[in-house]
Design a binder for this molecule. Structure first.
Ligand code: 3HC
Length: 294
């Protein structure tokens, strides 16, 4: 059965980006948020990304209108009952996700594929609360979703080969490059990225280099688009701390252990761009390194 309608649960940073790329690829998209306010905010993110695209001459006003027309917002999970695939991008909390899947499992037809955008929780554990563990996959997108080409497609020991390949093909139909991964915390990218980001914090703690020098080192020495401390501010220090903690819990390896500086910065509310301050202060343009961290 061809995928025509995509349901998205959650219209935050990731959910809104996923909804946008699905609508851009020609799918009808129904996106659900818990309140009208959050829905308005999420759809507003899509609107402003597309408006910037028009300003930059990357998108025509007609194409923007066409994409917006394919998007429908709702606050009801029941409205996703007609979706051929549902991608869940709600808060990284197992109980919250379980609750969503229990309702979806009841309202969606058996053929509907469920995909979680989790970056750190177990696909197998989520699949187990549904009666369709064979049609349950991970689809991990990267921020900013409309610009990042990768999707990690993840299978649990219960995912059928058919559902897995359909999800891979679906990711490809969005113009993304899918990579296949098994259900181990962090999948491929975070397994390699998180220890690297934590090591950059350790290097700062040990006085190996300043915030700017560590960032410039990796940006210019390795051709990374962002240095590790800028990337930490971009991803969110709270998010990175949360993921690292789950990875440390799974693997019990020192390289996944959040360093004390990360923990203190999270406790201090220095979460990066989202709170205006992390390793850099974003109230100034260009952002300036925050003093007194070490
Ligand atoms: N509409 C259409 N096109 C747009 C656009 C818009 N609103 N905004 C930007 N673009 C296009 C630009 O025109 C440009 O296209 P071009 O290459 O053809 O000229 C391209 O997108 C890049 O845009 P910018 O020049 O504005 O931005 P940068 O070149 O500074 O790149 C970035 C921005 C893509 C964010 C880059 O800095 C980057 O790749 N950073 C790293 C991001 C990253 O690593 N993300 C992953 C985080 S980890 C994660 O998400 C996993 C989680 O589990 C933790």
């Amino acid at each position: 059965m061809a995928i025509k309608t995509v349901g998205i649960v959650g219209c935050g940073l990731m959910g809104s980006g996923i909804a946008q790329v699905c609508a851009e690829a020609g799918y009808r998209v129904i996106v659900r948020e818990v309140s009208d306010d959050l829905l308005k905010k999420g759809l507003g993110k899509i609107e402003s990304f597309l408006a910037k695209g028009v300003e930059r001459g990357k998108v025509t006003p007609e194409r923007k209108a066409e994409i917006r027309d394919r998007l429908e917002g709702t606050t009801s999970l029941e409205k996703l009952s007609g979706a051929d695939i549902v991608i869940e991008a709600v808060v990284e909390n197992l109980d919250a996700k379980r609750e969503v899947y229990q309702v979806l499992d009841r309202v969606c037809p058996p053929a509907t594929i469920f995909a979680s955008n989790t970056s750190s929780l177990s696909i197998t554990e989520m699949a187990a609360v549904t009666k369709r563990a064979d049609r349950f996959v991970g689809m991990h997108f990267f921020n900013p979703v409309p610009l990042m080409k990768l999707v990690e497609v993840v299978r649990s020991p219960l995912t059928s080969a058919e559902a897995f390949e359909r999800a891979v093909e679906f990711a490809r139909s969005l113009g993304k490059t899918p990579v296949r991964a098994t259900d181990r915390t962090g999948f491929i990218v975070n397994r390699l990225l998180v220890p690297y980001l934590l090591d950059a914090i350790r290097a700062l703690e040990e006085g190996v280099g300043s915030v700017v020098d560590i960032d410039e080192g990796m940006r210019l020495g390795c051709g990374h688009p962002m240095g590790p401390l800028t990337l930490l501010d971009f991803v969110g220090l709270d998010t990175t701390y949360y993921i690292a903690d789950i990875m440390f819990d799974e693997f019990r390896e020192k390289r996944f252990a959040p360093p004390p500086l990360l923990k203190r910065m999270v406790q201090a509310g220095l979460h990066g761009r989202k709170t205006g301050k992390g390793f850099y202060d974003y109230s100034q343009d260009p952002p300036k390194p925050v003093g007194g961290l070490v």
